[in-house]
Ligand binder design. Structure first.
Ligand code: 8YV
Length: 331
């Protein structure tokens, strides 16, 4: 027997997705913001007092958000967007988005993996060389006119053959290891789980890893699961001859402990592309000559940012077309 529903058909999820609006949350690459405006007629989430009125007026119509790891979408914002189906991130990191809340609400989340791996790994190796060989410091020495006045700048350390530990041997961590093989470095790593068949030595904890290397590189994802994974005890294990390099997220390292140990000579130096409270860099770090400080530029090349932009739009287009994502991090 065929039963015919007597209820009036409701608009399908597909219809509402297509009819819905795209919302930009936070600043993005200027050309991406332009495209979202011109080709998608995207709304822009205002900051401050206007936000509540904006969400009351438009919250119901939003089906997709485009954002970055810098801003993200938290659970309270998701609540104000009841039709939201996807959070599309520009960038590989999405630690500012509440993925558990998104899962609960059936909201899919995407990022832009792979396309930035090479540039971030290149930058990490650049930071290792700069920090260990003191390139930035030596350059400051020349510019300050100290060479003729003082003679040679101080000796530094050799990079080739160093023992390097990588926290987070994922795509980026592996690409860093691959590059450092060329410098005949001995590579070991710490991950939540040992990687079957990895050519590198596994350390069961960040402390054990730090205690066995000259250079510790942080390449793990950010978020609550890795907050202060590199704490004071890890930095103490790295020791006065050890260098810390961070290209991941500032949240992974206890920045206060890092500063104290550097100031006390309990670490040899640090190379940092990320900080706890970007774009603010603590004055104590600015005053140190044995640290290299970069303004979160790991993926910041013309080529890579263009590839990230293209993949962000591919994810958005795919979601608007069929409700799926090209590079989902969930579902
Ligand atoms: C970007 C990054 O600078 O991809 C990431 O997670 O940290 C960087 O590549 C950032 O996402 C752009 O906002």
């Amino acid at each position: 027997m065929v039963t015919v529903s007597s209820t009036k058909p409701t608009a399908s999820k597909e219809d509402s997705r297509r009819a819905g609006r795209v919302l930009r949350v936070g600043p993005l690459k200027p050309s991406l913001m332009d495209t979202l405006n011109s080709d998608y007629d995207a709304l822009v989430l205002p900051d401050g007092e206007d936000r509540d009125d904006f969400l009351t007026a438009h919250g119901d119509s939003i089906t997709a958000v485009v954002t970055s790891g810098r801003t993200g979408v938290d659970a309270p914002l998701m609540k104000r967007l009841p039709q939201l189906g996807a959070v599309v991130h520009f960038g590989v990191g999405y630690d500012t988005t509440d993925v558990a809340a998104a899962d609960e609400r059936g909201i899919a989340v995407s990022n832009t993996p792979d396309v930035l791996t090479d540039c971030v790994a290149d930058l990490a190796v650049g930071l290792v060389i700069d920090t260990v060989r003191g390139l930035s410091s030596a350059e400051r020495f020349v510019r300050a006119g100290r060479w003729p006045a003082e003679g040679n700048s101080p000796l530094t350390r050799q990079v080739t053959g160093k023992r390097v530990g990588i926290i987070g041997l994922g795509r980026i961590g592996s690409a860093i290891a691959e590059r450092l093989n060329g410098f005949r470095c001995t590579i070991s790593y710490h991950n939540r789980n040992e990687i079957d068949g990895s050519p590198y030595t596994y350390a069961a904890s960040p402390q054990v890893l730090a205690g066995s290397v000259d250079v510790l590189i942080v390449a793990a994802s950010g978020g609550s699961g890795t907050a202060h994974l590199v704490d004071r005890s890890v930095l103490e294990a790295l020791g006065p001859q050890g260098y810390l390099i961070n290209v991941a997220r500032g949240s992974v390292v206890d920045e206060g402990a890092l500063i104290e140990l550097l100031a006390a000579g309990q670490l040899a130096g640090a190379g940092l592309d990320v900080f706890a409270h970007e774009p603010n860099v603590p004055d104590a770090l600015l005053a140190m000559d044995n640290v290299v400080l970069l303004p979160h530029v790991g993926s910041g090349t013309v080529e890579t940012r263009a590839a990230m932009e293209a993949l962000t739009l591919e994810n958005l287009d795919r979601f608007l077309a069929d409700g799926t994502l090209v590079t989902p991090v969930t579902r």
